[in-house]
Design a protein around this ligand. Structure first.
Ligand SMILES: O=C(O)c1cccc(C(=O)CC[C@H]2O[C@@H](n3cnc4c(=O)[nH]cnc43)[C@H](O)[C@@H]2O)c1
Length: 220
């Protein structure tokens, strides 16, 4: 990141995420924070419309929010910086298993992140003393609710660190505008059997806030 008039667009899903991000940014005027809605379609439409607004030149788009963490990869309260953003259920079910849109020949379910910036953000979050890892972040249409689905997703995307519902939409919109993208997630729950009472949303929002302070050190 460089020039003085460059701006960063952060897209979250819901107002509590926006509030946590704002607290972490501490009034830093280089960032705009957009509540883009839940799910890929809402997120893509909101991001596209923000990027298309004349007069705002964004040099980076970041999808942020809470997420589910895969066991052994990302614990509740920790942070994940996406190494890749993958629409994990975008494809076809066949008698031989899941077939991605890549295999079907309809484009790609994967969007690359700005890997240099992702590494710098991961380092900065780690240096701030926060638990963080880097790995593929899956975008799903349905929150995983069984151990079987969690295992299927891990088999489909080895090393998957987290799942959420917006990253791919935000990333496709950013790519269409030629703007680099990152996804940063704070883990509120484990991916697996549904137990909404076990979601640690406050802990995740606190982690999200802390990650934003670290982010300010990188985006200069
Ligand atoms: O109830 C609240 O206070 C509250 C505060 C902040 C966020 C929420 C949400 O429910 C946001 C929905 C959002 O969460 C992501 N998410 C979180 N865990 C998972 C998961 O295991 N699988 C998929 N998505 C997950 C997702 O991106 C949704 O947009 C509530």
């Amino acid at each position: 990141m460089g020039g003085a008039d460059e701006r960063v667009l952060i897209v979250v899903s819901v107002p509590p995420e926006r509030d946590a991000v704002w607290r972490g940014l501490d009034g830093d005027g280089r960032f705009d924070v957009l509540v883009g809605g839940v799910g890929t379609a809402q997120a893509a439409a909101s991001t596209t419309s923000a990027l298309a607004k004349s007069g705002t030149a964004y040099s980076l788009v970041i999808c942020m929010g809470i997420a589910g963490g895969f066991a052994g990869r990302a614990a509740v309260g920790s942070l994940v910086v996406a190494s890749e953003i993958i629409a994990a259920d975008l494809g076809a079910e066949t008698p031989d298993g899941f077939c991605s849109i890549d295999e079907l020949g309809f484009g790609s379910a994967r969007v690359e992140v700005d890997s240099r910036l992702a590494a710098a953000v991961t380092r900065s979050i780690g240096e701030a003393g926060l638990p963080v890892c880097s790995g593929p972040v899956l975008t799903v249409t349905t929150v995983t609710g069984t151990a079987e689905t969690a295992a299927a997703l891990e088999a489909r995307v080895p090393g998957a660190a987290a799942e959420a519902m917006e990253g791919y939409g935000v990333a496709v919109a950013a790519r269409a505008h030629g703007v680099p993208v990152l996804e940063i997630r704070a883990i509120s729950n484990a991916v697996g059997p549904r137990d909404r009472a076990a979601w640690r949303i406050k802990e995740a929002l606190d982690a999200l806030q802390a990650a934003c302070s670290a982010l300010r050190e990188v985006v200069r």
